[in-house]
Design a protein around this ligand. Structure first.
Ligand code: GUN
Length: 285
């Protein structure tokens, strides 16, 4: 079997176009959606991510407010800025880019964000609401994974879904979202025994382990769906996922490429969360 390639770029573009329409409607109703993005220090990868977020806002008509703070910013100064942004009526989403410098406690920053503006979905209360099935902002990458599956016509009901990785921002919420879609969910991680056997038994494999090509193609069950969240640069400069793509695609029924699979969805979901927050704040959800 040769897999259908799930085109995250196309699906993200479609969702972004829908965001632009919704932004125009909200503006016509007197609400201009706004996202504040805060970066501390000059980490080159973070600078690229942040630039892409601003660009995506611009393209969809969302106002983006940029805060570039020096590496020496204290935790108190950053918390004071978050408090100020929480209170602003023209800011509907507050995003502090991670990682932060080592002298700042990331958990304290996440917890300072108003959960009504937690468009990253990282706040423990947002995650708690996801656990109990209440409406909440969902972390953008796992939310994007669910959209890729839905847009590809893949229903998780009754399926054996394997989530590989247990991070708070990807693996755990992905598992909860799959469970809410009636999947039978297994979460595996770096300490799991017989990982290949777990992968072989799964109908859908969501991999977010952060290790280049760790999941071998011959581990994939015939006809399984493979969602690869990983993005890693190899020593020879190639971008690869956490799954061995070329061999996996000969066994899977559908697979996401790297790049161009899950990656583009993260920002699309951030825009959707920002618009949802703006609509909610104006009572026009
Ligand atoms: N750093 C890498 N990805 C993300 C993200 O999605 N949100 C934030 N806040 N920081 C990140």
């Amino acid at each position: 079997m040769t897999a259908k390639i799930i085109d995250g770029k196309a699906i993200a573009a479609k969702r972004r176009a829908a965001v632009a329409v919704r932004v125009a409607e909200l503006k016509a109703a007197g609400v201009a959606p706004g996202l504040a993005v805060v970066i501390v220090g000059a980490d080159p990868a973070s600078q690229v991510y942040v630039r892409n977020k601003h660009k995506a806002c611009e393209e969809t008509g969302i106002h983006s407010f940029s805060y570039e703070l020096p590496e020496t910013t204290t935790q108190d100064e950053l918390l004071a800025l978050v408090t100020e942004l929480n209170a602003r009526d023209d800011v509907h989403g507050v995003l502090v880019q991670f990682p932060l410098p080592a002298h700042i406690d990331e958990d304290a920053v996440i917890e300072a964000i108003d959960i009504g503006k937690d468009v990253d979905g990282f706040h423990p209360e947002s995650i708690g609401r996801l656990v109990v099935g209440k409406d909440t902002f969902v972390s953008c990458t796992p939310a994007g994974v669910m959209v890729l599956l839905e847009e590809s016509g893949i229903d998780l009901t009754g399926k054996d879904v394997l989530v590989l990785g247990r991070s708070n921002n990807v693996g755990k919420p992905a598992a909860l979202l799959a469970l809410a879609r009636n999947a039978t969910v297994t979460v595996c991680h770096s300490r799991t025994r017989d990982l290949a056997d777990h992968v072989r038994a799964a109908d859908v494999v969501i991999v977010a382990i952060g290790r280049p090509e760790m999941v071998k193609g011959d581990w994939i069950g015939e006809g399984a769906v493979v969602i690869d969240v990983g993005i890693n640069r190899t020593e020879d400069g190639r971008l690869v996922g956490d799954v061995e793509f070329e061999t996996a695609k000969e066994r899977a029924s559908a697979i996401t490429p790297v790049p161009g699979g899950v990656g583009p969805m993260t920002i699309a979901m951030l825009l959707e969360n920002t618009v949802k927050s703006a609509a909610r704040s104006a009572g026009v959800e």
